[in-house]
Design a protein around this ligand. Sequence first.
Ligand code: 6R9
Length: 654
Amino acid sequence: MCSLWRGSLLTLTSSLNRRVFQCCRQFGRSYNIASCMPEAVAFQGVSDHSGLYKFSVNESDRFWGAVARQRLSWISPFHTVQNCDFSQGKIKWFEGGKLNVSVNCLDRHVHTCPERVALIWERDEPGTEVKITYRQLLELTCRLGNLLKRQGVRRGDCVTIYMPPCPLAVASMLACARIGAAHNVVFAGFSSEALADRIRDAQSSTVITVNQGVRGGKVVDLKRTVDQAVQNCPSVQQVLVAMRTENTVAMTDRDVPLEEEMMKEDVVCEPVAMDSEDVLFLLYTSGSTGKPKGLVHTQAGYLLYTSLTHRYVFNYHDGDVFGCVADIGWITGHSYIVYGALCNGGTTVLFESTPVYPNPGRYWEMVERLEINQFYGAPTAIRLLLKYGDEWVQNYNRSSLKTLGSVGEPINTEAWEWYHRVVGDGRCPVVDTWWQTETGGICIAPRPADPEAEIVPGMAMRPFYGIKPALLDTEGEVLSSNDSTGALCISQAWPGMARTIHNHHQRFTETYFQPYPGFFFTGDGAHRSKEGYYQIVGRLDDVINVSGHRLGTAELEDVVVCTIKSHQIKCIYIALRTQPKTPNSKQCRCRSTIIIMCLPKTRSGKIMRRVLRKVVERNTDELGDLSTLDDPDSVHEVIRVPQLHIDNSPTASP
Ligand code: 6R9
C-alpha cells in the first residue's frame, strides 16, 4: 500500500462528526403506483407498471419533465423538455435549464448525509479497500477542480483521464464537471497509440494519469505509456501524475505531481452553472470501420437517465452497496459506477482487480467482505468463473446479494442459469441489461416490472420507461407482430442518448439515423417473443442466414458452447461473409465459417468480430484499428488457423 496515496486521501479531509444516515425505504410494502415511482401518483390513469410504461412513451414530455424536476437539483429551471429531430440527428433535452452535475452527485448528499460512504475502492490487493465518504469526495473534487483551473483548464476544454479505477479518477471526472470542462476517460490498458489517437481527436491540453497501475498483482507503467503518447500530441501542455505505487517515475517540466499540488488548493470550488446541453464527456468506442468514434454525452439528460435506470433496473435503495465490476474507462463504469450511483447518493464499488486474482473466488470474497447488494458484471467473466466450479462461489457468504446484473454481450443460457442458481442461490433476480455507449444508460432489462413478473433466462425482455423499441426488416418495414426478428431500432428520443460524434456530426446521422429514417438504429438484431419480450441476437453484421432462419452469433454460440465441451478447444467462433445490414446496403452471399482458435477480444472482453470477418474474407491487409485488442498476437493466430467452411447455399455440403 502506498502510504502517500492513502495518507493523502485521508489528510485531504477534515474531521466532521459522524452522522448516521437514515436508511428509509421510501415506499410501503403494498403494491401501489408510488412503489413503482413516486412521481407516477400525479400521472392520471396510471395504476400499475404497464400503465406507467405506456404513459412514459405516450406522454414523454410530461413523464420526463416531472422526473427531471423531481430528481435533479437545478440552478435555473428548463423551459422545454425535449427538442429532437432524428432526421437531422438533433437531440436536445431540458433546454433553458442550468445545473451542475457534481453538485447533483456530491454537494446535495453532503448536506443530508456527509459521512455516508460514496466510494469503496476495492484495490487489487484483497482486503485493503479504502472507503471515501461524500464529504471526502467533495473535498477531493474541489481541490482537483481548483488545481485544474490553476493549470489553465477552462470551461469547454476537454481533459483526458488515463487512470485505473480509483477515487482520484472519479474525483477527476467530477472536477471536470464542476468547472465546466469535458472529460475523455481512456481505458488504462490501451496502448500509447490508441491513447494518442484519442487525445488528438479530443484536442486535450491536459492529461491526468498515475505513475503506475496495479492489476492482478502486476505493476503496469502507465505514466510511461502517457509519455510515449504525448510525444505525438502537440496539444498536450501538462500531465498531472498521481501516485498509485511508491515507485518514483521520471518527471519532465510538463508533469505536475497531483497529490502534492492539490494539497495546496482550497477545499471549496464554486460549481459552474452549465446548460443542460453542454458537453459532459466524450467516450470513444470502436466503430465497424475501425476508426474510434468520440460519442458525446451532455449534462442533464444523461444524469437523469443514468440515475433513474440505476434506481429502478437494480432496485437500488438508500444504504445499499452497489458493486459494478466494470472499468471506469467504459460506458458501464461512467453510468453506473460514477454518475447514476452518485446522483442517487449511493455507495459504489470501484474494482481495480480481475475476477481471478488472487484466485477465482475474488468476486464472491469481495461480495462477502463489502456486503454488496447489487452485483453487476459481464457474461465473459461469468463464463470464465463457471469453469472453475461452484466451490469458489460457495466458500463465501453471499446473503447480502439482492440483484445480479449482466451487461456487454448476450449471456448464454448456461451462464445465466449458473449466475442465478449458484451465485444468487436461486433467490436474486438476474437482470440482463441491454444498452450501448450510444444509449447512455440501460434501455432494455427485465426490471422494472410488476412485482413478481417473470424473468426469462438470457433475455433483456422489457424496455425501460421512455424507450420505445421497434424491429425493422431489411426493406425498412416495421415488424408490428410479436414473434418476429429484425434490426433493433428505437422510435423516439430519450434523455440519455448520445448527442453527436465529436467533430463528426455527419457520421453520427449516417450511422444512427439514416439506415432507417425516423428511427435510431442500434446496429443490433433482436427477436420479439410471442409474449412481447425482447431478446438481443447480436450485432447485425454478425447475423447469418441458415436455411432461411436468421440466426445471431449469440444463438449459435449458445448451441456450440453447450454442445462441445472439449478441454482442448479453447474457443469457437462463427464468422460470416455477409452484410445483411440495412435496406441501403447490398446483400451479399451468405457463407459462414467456424474457426476453432483463441479469440481476438477487446480489452473490455468483447470478441472483435470485424477482425475475424476480415480474416475470413482473406482481407488481412485491412484489419483496421487494432488498438483496442487485448492481445494483438491473437490475430496472427487466427490468420494461421485452419478454417472449416460451411456454405449454407442449398447445394453446398458442409
Ligand atoms: C453497455 C455496453 C454495446 C454493444 C451492444 C450489443 C452488446 C451490450 C448486451 C449486449 C446482448 C446485452 N451488448 N449489452 N448484447 N445483451 N445485455 O456494453 O456498451 O461497449 O458500447 O457495447 O454491446 O451488441 O450494441 P458498448
